[in-house]
Design a protein around this ligand. Structure first.
Ligand SMILES: *Cc1c(COP(=O)(O)O)cnc(C)c1O
Length: 373
């Protein structure tokens, strides 16, 4: 059987990892500033994580949501503590797209409205509702495109105001920082105004923190830099360091109804054990503080490099826009200098490492990056 050929792959296969490094079968070491697409949050093969997952799978890897699973409440407590959203409710699923799907459904159930407002260049995932709110014709099929979703430009508060005034929108869906389109921040003031407008019009505010969450920007969620509190927050990527977990945090004023949401795999024992280990390690090793400090250092050093078009982002969620060919530069970084980075379009390099990146590792990247430029 052939693989369905939807990816353009690099000819390289990491087979093991440790912290911010991955290794190919011949033992070559690669510095990982991509984190497998912002997924590796506490580092590859962290011993606490390996131990927790191995112990859990040997004990009970899975049982259905028709019975009690106290690992879910343990995870809820840990997430409440580390996020500052202890009064919110937790719904667990398996991926980012699924988290957004459930958030949209919940907003529509709760308000009885059917339209959703999203933003230009947004990415929210590839399932029906999530992809309908994604502004990229290359991945939205005719089946998915729906008049129930409208887009306005990120930052255009007047456009938001006039759309919400119709009273037709169940929610506004926005990324804490736009990731896939190349690291674009909504801005604290815009988020604050958005919060006011959504409250005024009875519209729910959904923050997609799937990429910008789990401490990456130096606070647990990117929107926390602005001081606002959304009604619903979605998470995935870094929450379980590579084990597929999605999560929806739901404000206390939104009521749960039996049967409204559900999932077979979501919140299973193994998934919870993985996510609990991540929350514990993140807290004990103060990884969010490290992301803030090393991120600030990297951004300030990058801003001093001549000839870059723009350096955007916060903490360890950084977009570097160059004049030249970013995919070619990334290829050189990978194959000549053994450094993984992420991309976004033709001119942007994305830096999304695990939050345990050291200053030495950041310096090595800066040196190699400058020398290739
Ligand atoms: C990755 C991502 C998603 C989709 O997550 P999947 O786990 O791939 O379904 C949604 N929103 C944002 C902002 C993302 O970065």
């Amino acid at each position: 059987m052939n693989l369905f050929d939807v990816y353009s792959l690099y000819d390289i296969e990491p087979v093991s990892g440790k912290g911010n490094y991955v290794y190919t079968a011949d033992g070559t070491e690669y510095l990982d500033l991509y984190g497998g697409h912002a997924v590796i949050s506490i580092g590859h093969a962290h011993p606490r994580y390996v131990d927790a997952v191995a112990k859990q799978v040997a004990k009970l890897g899975f049982y259905s949501n028709s019975v009690q699973n106290s690992l879910q409440s343990t995870l809820a407590e840990k997430l409440g503590d580390i996020t500052g959203y202890g009064d919110y409710q937790l719904f667990l699923c398996n991926s980012g797209a699924e988290a957004n799907e459930n958030a949209i459904k919940l907003a529509s159930f709760t308000t009885g409205r059917k339209k959703l407002l999203a933003f230009s260049k947004a990415f929210h995932g590839r399932t029906s509702g999530a992809v309908a709110a994604t502004d990229n014709p290359a991945i939205v099929s005719p089946f998915n495109a729906t008049p129930n979703v409208e887009f306005v430009a990120l930052g255009d508060i007047a456009a938001v105001e006039s759309r919400l005034a119709t009273g037709e929108f169940c929610a506004v869906l926005i990324e804490g920082i736009q990731g896939v389109s190349g690291i674009h921040e909504p801005g604290d003031e815009f988020l604050q105004e958005l919060r006011e407008l959504t409250i005024k019009t009875g519209t729910l505010l959904i923050l997609d923190e799937i990429q910008s969450g789990t401490g990456r920007t130096g606070k647990y969620f990117a929107h926390q830099h602005s001081g606002i509190k959304p009604d619903i927050i979605t998470m995935a990527k870094g929450i379980a360091n590579g084990f597929p977990v999605g999560a929806v945090l739901i404000a206390p004023h939104i009521p749960a109804k039996k049967g409204m949401l559900g999932t077979t795999f979501g919140g299973n024992h193994l998934a919870c054990a993985a996510a609990i280990a991540v929350a514990d390690v993140m807290k004990e090793e103060r990884l969010i503080d490290n992301a803030a400090a090393i991120g600030q250092y990297l951004i300030s050093q990058l801003k001093e490099i001549d000839g870059l078009k723009e350096v955007r982002g916060r903490g360890l969620m950084i977009g570097v826009e160059i004049e030249g060919d970013a995919p070619a530069l990334r290829k050189k970084l990978l194959f000549d200098r053994h450094i993984f980075t992420g991309g976004a379009g033709q001119h942007t390099v994305r830096i999304l490492p695990a939050l345990c990146l050291s200053k030495e590792q950041a310096d090595r990247f800066l040196t190699e990056f400058k020398s290739i430029l």
